[in-house]
Design a binder for this molecule. Structure first.
Ligand code: PLP
Length: 390
C-alpha cells in the first residue's frame, strides 16, 4: 500500500474484477475534504463527491473518529439485539426528515431500499401494480431493475424484470392514465440525476402526491441522490412540500459508509409485523456510527443551508465557456454543454477536476461534497474558461 503507481493499481484491479465499469484513468488512494490524490501523488478537485456519496467531504475528522471508536467498541451485532448507536441514529434521522416521516428501516444500498419500499407499498395497499417513470434509475438488482427505465439497463434482461409501466416524467395527465385500482405505488426520483439532472415544475410534486392518494396509491420518492441535504433541504419531499409516503435514502446517508434507509409514516408502519422483512447488515453499529456523525456534522456546520447557497453560486457563475446553462437544485447540478459532456469531462479530468457524465450527452453532472466552497467553484470556472480557450 502506498507504493503502487496508478498503472500498477489499475492493471491489478482489472485483472481480477468483473469488467462492469468504464474506469477513469487514475486510481484514487487518499482524500481530504473536496480533494483527492491518485496513486502517483497527483491532486484532484472532487466535484463528483465520491459517487454522490460524500456529504461531509473525504476523511472528515468527526466521521473518522466515530467509525474508529465504534470499531474498537463493537463492530457488529444482530438486528434482533437493540443497540445504543442505532437507537440514537434512528432518533436523529427521523428528526432530520420531513415532519410526516416517523419510522425507518435501515438497509445497505439504494437498490435494496427501493425494493423494500415497493414491497411495503404492496403490503399496505394489498395491490400489485407499480408505476415508475421514463428516464428513471432505481438500481440494478432484479427488483430495482424492474423500476429502472433509463437507457439500456433493463433491455438485456427481459426474464429478470417485472412488468412495471413508465409514466412520462413531469406529466401528471400521463401518470393519471396509468393509474388503476391495482396500482400500489408510484416511484420516482424527484430529480432524475442519471437521465441528465431533469427537474419537474415546482407544483408537480405535491400535485403528484394528491393524484396518487386520491387513487389509493402510495408515493415513493427515490431520494438516493436528492436526500441528505444535497438539494439545500433535508429531502426533496421537504423542499417541494410533497408528503410522499416512502422516501428511500442511501449514498450520503453514511458519507460513503455503505448504508441505506426507507423512511416512512406511522400509517405505513402500522401494517408491518415481525418477520415481514429483514436484512443482516442494515443499521449495524458501524453504519449507525457513520450516519450519526453525518447528521451531527451537517447540523454543526450548517451544511444543508450551505448546499443551497453554493447551488446559487453555481447557477450564477458557471454559465461560461462550453457551459450554456445550469440545471438542478442545491448541489445536484447539471451543466448543459455545447460540446459533448464526455469530452468536457475528459478535459477537466486532465486538469485535475473530477465531474460526471449522464445519459444526456450534453449534460455534465456535479455532485460535490456539501462542504464545497466558492474557491473550488471558481477553480472550475477558470478551468471552463481555459478549456474554451483551447
Ligand atoms: N436510485 C438512484 C437515484 C441512484 O442514483 C442509485 C445509484 O446510483 C440507486 C438508486 C441504486 O443505488 P445502489 O447503487 O446503492 O444500489
Amino acid at each position: 500500500m502506498g507504493t503502487m503507481s496508478n498503472a500498477a493499481v489499475r492493471t491489478l484491479e482489472d485483472r481480477f474484477a468483473l469488467p462492469t465499469y468504464a474506469k477513469w484513468p487514475a486510481a484514487f488512494v487518499r482524500g481530504r475534504g473536496c480533494a483527492l490524490w491518485d496513486a502517483d501523488g497527483r491532486e484532484y478537485l472532487d466535484l463528483y463527491g465520491g459517487h454522490c456519496t460524500s456529504v461531509l467531504g473525504h476523511a472528515h475528522p468527526r466521521w473518522v473518529a466515530a467509525i474508529s471508536e465504534q470499531a474498537a467498541r463493537l463492530g457488529f451485532t444482530s438486528n434482533v439485539a437493540s443497540n445504543d448507536v442505532r437507537a440514537l441514529f434512528l432518533e436523529r434521522l427521523i428528526a432530520f426528515s420531513p415532519d410526516h416521516i416517523a419510522r425507518a428501516f435501515l438497509c445497505n444500498s439504494g437498490a435494496e431500499a427501493n425494493e423494500t419500499a415497493v414491497k411495503l407499498a404492496m403490503q399496505v395497499t394489498g395491490r400489485d401494480g407499480v408505476v415508475a417513470m421514463t428516464g428513471g434509475f432505481h438500481g440494478r438488482t432484479a427488483g430495482a431493475l424492474s423500476l429502472t427505465h433509463l437507457g439500456h439497463y433493463r433491455e438485456r434482461f427481459p426474464a429478470v424484470v417485472r412488468p412495471v409501466a413508465a409514466a412520462p416524467f413531469g406529466d401528471l395527465d400521463g401518470l393519471g392514465e396509468l393509474l388503476d385500482d391495482d396500482t400500489a405505488a408510484v416511484i420516482l426520483e424527484p430529480i432524475q440525476s442519471m437521465a441528465g439532472v431533469r427537474v419537474a415544475r415546482d407544483d408537480y410534486y405535491p400535485a403528484l402526491v394528491d393524484l396518487c392518494h386520491a387513487n389509493g396509491t402510495l408515493v415513493i420518492f427515490d431520494e438516493v441522490q436528492t436526500g441528505m441535504g444535497r438539494l439545500g433541504a433535508s429531502f426533496a419531499a421537504e423542499l417541494w412540500r410533497a408528503p410522499a409516503d416512502l422516501l428511500t435514502s442511501a449514498k450520503g446517508l453514511g458519507n460513503g459508509f455503505p448504508m441505506a434507509a426507507v423512511l416512512t409514516t406511522e400509517e405505513v408502519a402500522a401494517h408491518v409485523r415481525v418477520g415481514d422483512h429483514g436484512t443482516t447488515f442494515g443499521g449495524g453499529p458501524l453504519a449507525a456510527a457513520a450516519g450519526l456523525a453525518v447528521l451531527e456534522v451537517m447540523a454543526a456546520e450548517g451544511l444543508v443551508e450551505h448546499a443551497a447557497t453554493m447551488g446559487s453560486v453555481a447557477h450564477r457563475t458557471l454559465v461560461r465557456g462550453p457551459v450554456t446553462g445550469v440545471r438542478g437544485r442545491g448541489l445536484l447540478l447539471g451543466l448543459e454543454t455545447a460540446p459533448p459532456a464526455a469530452e468536457l469531462a475528459r478535459e477537466l479530468f486532465a486538469r485535475g477536476i473530477v465531474t460526471g457524465t449522464s445519459s444526456d450527452p450534453h449534460v455534465l453532472r456535479l455532485m460535490p461534497p456539501l462542504v464545497v466552497g466558492e474557491a473550488e467553484l471558481e477553480h472550475l470556472a477558470t478551468a471552463l474558461d481555459e478549456v474554451d480557450g483551447g
